[in-house]
Design a binder for this molecule. Sequence first.
Ligand code: UDX
Length: 446
Amino acid sequence: MRISVIGCGYLGAVHAACMADFGHEVVGVDIDQTKIDRLAAGVPSFHEPGLEPVLRKGVESGALTFTTDKSAIGDARVHFIAVGTPQGGGSYAADMSYVWTAVDDILAHARPHADGPLVIVGKSTVPVGTAQAIADRVAEAGLDAVVVWNPEFLREGFAVQDTQAPDRVVYGLPDDVLAGDTGRAVLDEVYAPIIAAGIPRLLVNYATAELVKVAANSFLATKISFINSMAELCDASGADVTRLAEAIGHDERIGPKFLQAGIGFGGGCLPKDIRAFMARAGELGVDQSLTFLREVDSINMRRRDHAVDLATSMAGGRLVGVKVAVLGLTFKPDSDDVRDSPALDIAGRLWGRGANVVATDPAGAAAVRSQRPDLHIVDTADEALEGADLVMLLTAWKDYLAIDPAHAKSLVATPRIIDGRNVLDAHAWADAGWDYRGMGRTASTW
Ligand code: UDX
């Protein structure tokens, strides 16, 4: 199958590479020449474990090409829209301009196909109602094409696995049975290995497919904020949120995942998706249905305030001139993404309060160096720890989990640590002589 993927960011680049790996002929299009040059050379433009070999294989075989020339999509039967929908300036709503530009590009360059109607597959996270609006626009333009909405659930750090073997696939299909069936059949062919593996495939209408994505992200965000609100109660009462999460997680109805309390969620999806969802609910006249997400957002942002306040109190009430070693800047490990990263936000706020912040990150350092030249970034944890008055572990990179507390103690000026992700062995650090503070966690006997 000849496929085009419009937008080669996180979602699009991974999708294009994985579709070529499925045996299709794929062209990825993006307006960013630097990104395209890297991808065309088989080099990912971001840190994603497992992507490079898949990308390289596709590029070297000739099945996968990347270009800024939009007319290159002309021969494809299937056009994937994989552009970003960031939070719009000055509002909670998603900025949909890239999606509409992608639609215009398809209308300008797609050529009718001998095998039947073209299939336009939306993968971007969009406000409910978008798929129908695109289908209407395509029909008005007279292009023989079926629009299918096929949300993407990939996690950074697991993007290849989540694309090639997802938990489920969702096809949002048009009400017209014939058109819907064409869309389903073509997408089944594109995803043949996924279908053959028996991965659940749900056929739903457009609105349901669009909502599935934001509902899933809202649920995940709610789960994280729930456990973070429990962390606040644990702090106030002397309980340990990690043990509490473990105990409630044994209940199958609750489950143990996404109950890691800490400095909260960030990244390019959860924060902006719950906000865009609230904005869309307002437009639909059902804003009350999602007012709880405002609280989810507030609890999440409060975690950052709490981390800064805790740092200030551990440093004796002021941060001016205090050397703080920050371990981790990305929004989560195995990613170089610092978009809306709680770690970077906290590092910046500490700096704003006069701390001498020395930060490090295995993958995010380059992005931070260009975005926040005011922050002092070093290459290794040891360099950051040297002479520190306070250590803050803010992203749970494996390297940091393996730090020996006795070794770290030999480097710092004062052995004080805030474990912003509750991932260190509290007893081991306390036993090694550290003043250890987790987030809603104590180093008590039990
Ligand atoms: C998320 C969704 O998981 C994915 O399905 C969707 O397609 C895109 O958005 P991602 O942004 O890659 O994926 O990150 P995710 O693994 O969900 O983590 C989001 C944030 O929550 C990170 O900052 C992470 O550190 C934080 N988190 C996660 C917690 O604070 N506690 C947890 O228990 C889990």
